[in-house]
Design a protein around this ligand. Structure first.
Ligand SMILES: Cc1cc2nc3c(=O)[nH]c(=O)nc-3n(C[C@H](O)[C@H](O)[C@H](O)COP(=O)(O)O)c2cc1C
Ligand code: SF4
Length: 449
């Protein structure tokens, strides 16, 4: 069971606030706490376009990592002519070290189901799938129990809330590698095929599952949809930051502990870290609560940020500007004496190993990045390695077919950007050797006087 971190009472909790620890599958208790009010409002009082307008007014961005505007996808899917449309809830959780999505599914299954039903109503879908990592058996069990109860009560099924519209929601356990979380790979897997990322456009919202318009949305995004419909777009906008309203789940690991917390977007990294480590100022060097040397933000393809960026607000745009990303919602504080160049090597190896191989600059380029990192850490760097790192990273980013390619360069790029003295110290043997060779060459070539 993953630890839920205590957050300040003043922090709103649209995602986990109504989660019942006693029995999250108890429909009566969930309804008493407000479950399906948003769906009822949508179906009884709002046309599908008005639902999309409400999500647009809320400024909701997807929680699956990239922060894309949710309403834009819905608009596209609803406007694309088709005989059927789908909603796919992405609960795969590609980074198994960040258990934010399974924890949401375990603790608030009805909130996710309600969000799926609202999305289906908005785009005109009669079929939806909630994809969950197959090893998350408790999340799957609770979702299935909740779906059964919701159908029996008429919230989903043959006649959703007597609207004349039907909605079938299926839980689909899926298992695969890291790339399975990427939406086009996930869609292929749901079609029963082996998948690699597809060039976009066309986006899944136009041509997705079985070639039909498909809204793929992270499970947190859908849970927030339920809250927005119930409480209103203005209430949602009052939480978080202007460009990224609302809350998000993060999985934090630091010297003082670990756990999952629901935080308003825009919360500074320092305040997030303090949820596990106590105050990060004024503690003895190296002790619990002491500032870490660096933070790995975004999962295995995340950015390594130095401690002097602890005041960076946790938003999609601010993290991107700092050279990290929201990604899986993972935030890891390193030890005060961590070797960040070794950490970057480890992460680059993971990213290279997970590259699906479809795009040559990614497949070969990430392996080359890894080899350079290995040389540098082994004390056998080449004089050209610093330039090669920069050029290769830029080339890989420029030829990206899917986001993995761009993100795979982040660990080494952040070392180049923020930990240059440390990197240079490891590059030095090569520079010195080169200088030594040059001196010998000059000495050898000197004309005798
Ligand atoms: C390598 C890779 C792994 C991903 N893994 C996940 C994942 O586990 N869960 C998820 O929701 N999105 C993941 N994404 C993002 C999805 O492709 C997609 O953008 C997201 O599911 C859309 O939902 P959202 O708009 O609600 O964020 C991943 C992307 C990449 C490139
Ligand atoms: S960029 Fe990398 S992970 Fe993405 S499709 Fe190409 S090889 Fe696969």
């Amino acid at each position: 069971m993953t630890n839920l971190l205590k957050t300040p009472a003043s922090w709103p909790r649209p995602l986990l606030g109504r989660a019942s620890a006693a029995d999250p599958t108890d429909l009566d208790a969930a309804v008493k706490a407000g479950a399906f009010e948003g769906l009822r409002k949508a179906v009884r009082t709002l046309a599908p376009v008005a639902v999309v307008a409400e999500i647009k007014a809320a400024g909701l961005r997807g929680r699956g990592g990239a922060g894309f505007l949710t309403a834009d996808k819905w608009q596209l899917a609803a406007a694309t002519p088709a005989d059927r449309r789908y909603v796919v809830a992405n609960g795969y959780g590609a980074d198994p070290a960040a258990r934010t999505d399974p924890v949401l599914l375990e603790r608030a299954p009805y909130t996710v189901i309600e969000g799926v039903a609202i999305a289906a109503w908005a785009i005109g879908a009669e079929n939806a799938i909630i994809a969950v990592r197959a090893t998350e058996t408790e999340a799957i069990r609770r979702l299935e129990a909740a779906l059964g109860a919701a159908e029996e009560a008429g919230f989903i099924g043959a006649d959703v809330l007597d609207s004349g519209r039907q909605l079938t929601i299926e839980v689909r356990p899926v298992q695969g590698a890291y790339m399975l979380g990427e939406e086009t790979v996930l869609l292929k897997a749901l079609e029963g095929k082996r998948g690699q990322p597809e060039q976009r456009p066309p986006y899944p919202a136009e041509r997705g599952l079985f070639g039909r318009p498909t809204v793929v949305q992270n499970v947190q995004t859908l849970a927030l949809v339920a809250w927005i419909l119930r409480e209103g777009a203005a209430a949602f906008r009052a939480i978080g930051s202007p460009d990224a309203p609302g809350t998000i789940l993060v999985h934090v690991r630091g010297a003082g502990g670990a756990g999952i917390a629901e935080i308003p977007l825009g919360t500074p990294l320092r305040a997030i870290l303090e949820l596990v480590a106590g105050k990060t100022r004024g503690k003895a060097e190296g002790g619990p609560g002491a500032p870490p040397k660096a933070l790995l933000v975004g999962g295995p393809s995340g950015g390594i940020l130095p401690a002097d960026l602890l005041d960076t607000p946790y938003t999609f745009a601010d993290l991107r500007a700092a050279g990290a990303h929201v990604g899986s919602g993972s935030i890891v504080a390193t030890a005060a004496d961590a070797d960040v160049v070794e950490l970057a090597e480890l992460l680059t190896r993971f990213c290279a190993g997970e590259a699906c191989g479809k795009t040559i600059p990614c497949r070969i380029g990430t392996r080359r990045l890894e080899e350079i990192a290995v040389r540098i850490n082994a004390g056998t760097p080449r004089p050209t390695d610093a330039d090669l790192l920069a050029d290769l990273s830029a080339d890989i980013v420029a030829s990206a077919l899917c986001d993995h390619e761009r993100l795979a360069t982040l660990p080494m790029s952040s070392v180049m950007r923020y930990f240059r003295p440390e990197l240079d110290a490891k590059l030095q043997p090569a520079t010195e050797r080169a200088a030594g060779r040059q001196r010998v060459a000059v000495a050898d070539g000197e004309p005798a006087h």
